[in-house]
Design a protein around this ligand. Structure first.
Ligand code: ADP
Ligand code: MG
Length: 390
């Protein structure tokens, strides 16, 4: 699912209104009836609105559903991408779009620039696309979801990620600065560094190991567990001072963060710890003498007033939202029953990075009977460079 912004400059203000109307109508309609689109957009029916609808459908921002009982459209991921980008553009968070730098399991990552030229990262959450290839997830809960409900979960993931990043950054945790959030996207600081997975050798593995464990413990002391603390989600920045090179770990990827009060908190904490331990043993040939850190010690004496899990919940990412997202994460990782956990660490990946995983991106998430989204301009998507002003 490539992000192709070629058409963004050619949309008229009425096109945008109609696109927004489809988005709004999607909240309670799987397929938004054409008259309702016209009504929400506040444009009169007749040829005007139909012209807007057909130009949006032509560039794949909305799609018609085949064999439907009534005439209507649904928003596509492309349409959702445009709406989010338009919001970021208007808020001056993003000025231009650069190259795609990452294909995560559940996201696409692009370099972007702010109006001041600052390099930023745009993360588009794409929940649902891998679930159908993962062995554990062949479950009704995942299979029967519609595109609309995947979009809803992707929005929740972005909102959650931004909410946690905001408080973690403010509290001085080593993470990218969050800049903005809209719909299923988060804009954040670009970290010019490689994931730990790509680092061949570490001069002082014991020091890095201790720092990573310290981050896990510091998070727990503030009521949080990252939940996916692996070598892909730890970026390693190199800082040179004289002839000394210091490695600084920066943590990313927060949609699966859980509270230390979560029913499976201990398991998530232990899994994060085990992930680091295993990676250091296997790849960096470093074995720590000390067992732990242990969950019980980490959460001892936590000051309730300092709890970031509580703060995030109060700030709008509610328990109910967290539960909805949890259900998805647990279904995908096969942890619905608290057993047979697979994180996306090296083991689960078979040692391969996830590039290219997106070949059949849309395979599972479309309804039967939905017309394929237009991808005729796909081939040009790669030419997007720094001059891709939005
Ligand atoms: P996913 O949930 O899909 O794993 P991530 O947030 O882990 O998404 O991002 C996927 C990859 O994109 C990362 O492994 C990293 O290489 C790159 N990346 C993500 N965020 C940043 C950032 N702020 N700066 C630099 N690279 C990033
Ligand atoms: Mg990741």
């Amino acid at each position: 699912m490539k992000l192709n912004i070629k058409a963004i400059r050619y949309l008229t203000s009425d096109d945008w209104r109609v696109l927004q109307a489809v988005e709004q109508g999607s909240k309670n309609h799987e397929l938004v009836p054409t008259p309702l689109i016209a009504q929400i957009a506040g444009l009169r029916g007749g040829s005007g609105v139909h012209k807007n609808i057909s130009s949006l459908a032509k560039v794949g921002l909305i799609a018609k559903v085949k064999n439907a009982k009534y005439d209507g459209y649904r928003l596509t991921y492309g349409g959702l991408d445009y709406l989010a980008l338009n919001t970021h553009r208007k808020a001056n968070s993003v000025y231009s779009l650069g190259n795609q730098i990452g294909v995560g399991k559940e996201s696409d990552i692009y370099i972007t620039a702010g109006p001041d030229g600052r390099q930023l990262v745009l993360k588009l959450h794409r929940l649902g696309r891998v679930s159908f290839r993962s062995v554990k997830s062949n479950r009704d809960y995942l299979r029967n979801r519609s595109t609309g409900s995947w979009m809803y979960l992707s929005r929740l993931a972005a909102q959650k990620e931004h909410a946690f990043m905001r408080v973690l950054y403010r509290e001085g945790f080593p993470i990218p600065e969050p800049v903005a959030w809209s719909r299923h996207t988060v804009v954040m600081e670009f970290i010019d560094a490689f994931p730990l997975r790509m680092i061949e050798s570490v001069p002082d593995p014991g020091k890095l190991y201790a720092e990573l464990m310290d981050i896990i413990v510091r998070l727990a002391k503030r009521g949080l567990i990252h939940g996916d603390f692996n070598e892909f989600n730890i970026l390693i920045k190199e800082k040179t001072m004289g002839d000394q090179i210091t490695l600084i770990p920066i943590l990313i990827d927060f949609p699966q963060t859980v509270s230390t009060n979560h029913a499976n908190a201990q398991m998530y904490f232990d899994r994060d710890v085990a992930c680091v331990r295993r990676y250091f043993e296997r790849r960096l040939k470093y074995v720590s003498d000390e067992a732990g850190p242990h969950f019980a010690d980490a959460i001892k004496g936590v000051d309730p007033a300092m709890r970031l899990d509580v703060e995030v919940e109060a700030s709008g990412f509610s328990k109910k939202m967290a539960k909805e997202l949890d259900r998805f994460v647990e279904a995908v990782t096969g942890n619905e029953d608290g057993v047979d956990v697979a994180s996306d660490s090296e083991d689960a990946q078979g040692g391969e990075h996830r590039e290219g995983d997106d070949q059949d991106d849309d395979a599972g998430i479309e309804h039967e009977g939905v017309e394929p989204e237009s991808d005729e301009d796909e081939a040009q998507a790669d030419t997007q460079g720094w001059d891709s002003k939005l």
